[in-house]
Design a protein around this ligand. Structure first.
Ligand SMILES: Nc1ncnc2c1ncn2[C@@H]1O[C@H](COP(=O)(O)OP(=O)(O)OP(=O)(O)O)[C@@H](O)[C@H]1O
Ligand SMILES: [Mg+2]
Length: 232
């Protein structure tokens, strides 16, 4: 029997059917499951991500069928009650992903310029100098890390935005998201497990970008906030 396991903010749903997952996404959400399919098929060569078993589309929606990773999402009941272990698994998992995926072979980009829709001149974006280019997950929110029963990271799901970018684009969002899912206080464990010291400036920049990428270059309010942050 299919079991509904997830409903996202835009009306897309995910079902579990035995050892498979079915993602179903209505056409009007602005999300393209074909983009995710292409990225999964590339990333699976190097890292633990779901194997694509099928995909399809009609006038109403697109869908994607993948194999189940063993373990449970980092924001399931089991891990919400063990936030320290969850934060460590998310940090360690992101490090494994960044170390495993080869930048030189990656056909996908997650550059700042593309994220803001090329609405702002490159020099005005004041992108911090790149610390290290890696293949980023692109949506490193806590539920997208799968954790094995022993607390080790088992892999990643939700790869529709994967692409080459500075590693801080992922680190900023993954660390920010811990507060939302587990309450405050787990950030240090996350950065320790990744093996890095928090870079306040890059974290500030990429969190701001994450929260505002759809409106940067469109709204004067956002332009003012960029100024306040000293990012323009
Ligand atoms: N192949 C898989 N193996 C294990 N778990 C999976 C798999 N696919 C999806 N899941 C589970 O279903 C949840 C939803 O999947 P996914 O994150 O891909 O959907 P989404 O709608 O794009 O999410 P979001 O709300 O982050 O946009 C995941 O957090 C994960 O717990
Ligand atoms: Mg997700």
């Amino acid at each position: 029997m299919p079991r509904l396991v997830w409903t996202n903010e835009r009306g897309g749903t995910t079902f579990r059917i035995g050892d498979r997952f079915l993602k179903w996404n209505p056409r009007n959400t602005g999300i393209d499951l074909d983009a995710e399919r292409l990225r999964l098929e590339w990333a699976v060569q190097y890292h633990s991500v779901p194997r694509v078993l099928g995909a399809g589309a009609d006038e109403e929606a697109q869908w994607l069928i993948t194999s189940a990773l063993r373990g449970s999402g980092a924001v399931t009941e089991a891990w919400i009650g063990r936030p320290l272990e969850a934060a460590r698994a998310i940090g360690r998992g992101l490090r494994l992903l960044h170390d495993a995926l080869p930048v030189a072979e990656c056909p996908f980009q997650w550059a700042v310029q593309a994220r803001v829709g090329h609405r702002v001149a490159t020099e005005e974006l004041r992108v911090p100098p790149v610390d290290k280019l890696v293949v980023c997950h692109g949506d490193p929110c806590s539920p997208n890390t799968i954790i094995a029963d022993d607390g080790s990271p088992a892999g990643h799901v939700d790869m529709g935005s994967l692409g080459v970018a500075d590693r801080w684009a992922d680190l900023a969002v993954a660390s920010m998201n811990l507060d939302y899912n587990y309450g405050a206080g787990w950030e240090d464990a996350f950065f320790d497990a990744y093996g890095i010291r928090k870079d306040e400036y890059r974290v500030g920049y990429y969190r701001f970008l994450w929260d505002n990428e759809d409106s940067i270059g469109v709204s004067s309010v956002v332009t003012r906030e960029l100024g306040l942050l000293g990012l323009r």
